[in-house]
Design a protein around this ligand. Structure first.
Ligand code: 7TS
Length: 415
């Protein structure tokens, strides 16, 4: 099979990613660990460096020129993120360190203020630990109850099951948009409609969707949505929480300190307006500006184009892996984003596969991928995972599959 549309997309963008042009263990690097973190293109690295070369100063404080410039760039990046996901206003974008912090923010503020004993939170078994543990902590504090949807064998969520678990005590449905293991694209729009009909709020963990496909929070109508910058071409240390303005306004602040206040007295304080109410202390300024540059970069290519190209890549990857009889592959055939998790027969550990592939310059992830409950549900301790981005190519998939087959043959003789 030959990839038809946009065969040239990766060829065209690869020059922008300096890190891809190296050998690892004597072989050309093939980076297939994009679900863990993406690589960063030159314009993003330049924006980050430019901030430190030319504008470095603290934001929202000084009257001097550098501080004004830093503040303008920092807020311009917020506007870009808002536009990128079609938020109504940049006030609805709260900078966080990552998606994990964004989920904890909602659990600690809205959750602690609104949940009571017996209230219910609906999650799925396929959630990343960062969309489970904060709710466990909240449930322990408040006496709220956690309920879990289980995916079918094909990695699909059953909306009928959701309808059954929703009750008048359900306060929140928090669900992953794209599973970082199954790769399934969950029907979050329908989930949101059903949850809202039952009077529950909805949080979408969009860590694996925002970097790979167009996202429109107004069309989704979710109450909150979280993502991490480092999976979408931006540096580590920056992510965001989107929330509907009316909900964010009602939520108590998260961390206390500078930046998030209006007036401070000795025994009480008043708080800043959105979004700064949730941004205590000096933020990751250069990283936020670089996130803005990442959004510019992705927008210039076009998210629909990125999604279409990755769909072709993953269809090709999946077909190739399905030709290897020893493999157990997880997740659906349709509605699948650009990643595939799999296991070899018992005796061949995913970590060994990853280590052998690394010797050939190929980076994949192995382990539980921070989804222990999902792996338990699948009846395994872990899996190997190849996850793609728009700079990957069909040739890389061919080499990966060939090396994987050699590795399976070699390890198969040893067990
Ligand atoms: N939610 C999902 C769906 C994720 O895939 C991840 C990270 C997170 C939340 C947490 O993101 P963080 O930036 O706050 O840490 N997923 C992975 C992964 O699959 N491999 O490494 C990190």
């Amino acid at each position: 099979m030959v990839l038809t549309s946009d065969r040239c997309l990766a060829d065209f963008v690869r020059a922008d990613f300096p890190i891809l042009h190296q050998t690892v263990n004597g072989k050309p690097l093939i980076y297939f660990d994009n679900a863990a973190s993406s690589q960063k293109p030159e314009p993003v690295l330049q924006a980050w460096l430019d901030y430190y070369h030319r504008h470095n100063a603290n934001v929202h404080r000084g009257a001097h020129t550098l501080s004004t410039r830093a503040t303008e760039e920092f807020e311009a990046a917020r506007d870009k993120v808002a536009k990128f996901i079609n938020a109504r206003s940049s006030q609805e974008i709260i900078y966080t360190r990552n998606a994990t912090e964004a989920i904890n923010l909602v659990a600690r503020t809205w959750g602690e203020a609104n949940l009571q004993e017996g209230d219910e939170i609906v999650l799925t078994v396929m959630e990343h630990h960062s969309n489970i543990v904060p709710w466990q902590i909240l449930a322990q504090k408040t006496g709220a109850v956690l309920k879990f949807l289980t995916p079918t064998n094909l990695g699909k969520l059953d909306l009928g099951q959701l309808q059954q678990v929703l009750t008048d005590r359900t306060k929140l449905v928090s669900v992953v948009h794209v599973s970082n293991v199954l790769g399934c694209i969950n029907p979050v729009e329908e989930i949101t409609q059903l949850a809202h009909r039952a009077g529950a709020k909805v949080l979408i963990d969009a860590c694996q969707s925002v970097p790979h496909m167009p996202i429109d929070v107004q069309a989704l109508d979710c109450d909150w949505l979280v993502a991490s910058g480092h999976k979408m071409c931006a540096p580590t240390g920056i992510g965001f929480l989107y929330g509907k303005a009316e909900i964010l306004t009602e939520m108590p602040p998260f961390l206390g300190g500078g930046e998030m206040i209006a007036e401070v007295y000795l025994y009480h304080s008043t708080y800043a307006d959105l979004p700064h109410k949730f941004e205590a202390g000096t933020p990751a300024i250069g990283e936020a500006i670089a996130l803005g540059a990442a959004v510019d970069y992705l927008t210039k290519i076009g998210m629909a184009k990125i999604h279409a190209y990755e769909q072709e890549l993953v269809t090709y990857l999946l077909a190739k892996l399905q030709e290897i009889p020893q493999l157990t592959i997880y997740g659906p055939k349709e509605q699948r984003a650009g990643l595939v998790a799999f296991n070899a027969p018992p005796g061949i550990h995913a970590n060994d596969l990853a280590a052998f592939l690394d010797q050939e310059g190929i980076a994949i992830r192995s382990g539980h991928h921070c989804t222990q409950p999902l792996h338990r549900h699948l009846g395994v301790n872990g899996s190997a995972r190849a996850s793609l981005y728009f700079y990957n190519t069909q040739e890389e998939i061919d080499r990966f599959v060939a090396v994987l087959q050699d590795t399976l043959a070699l390890l198969g003789k040893l067990v």
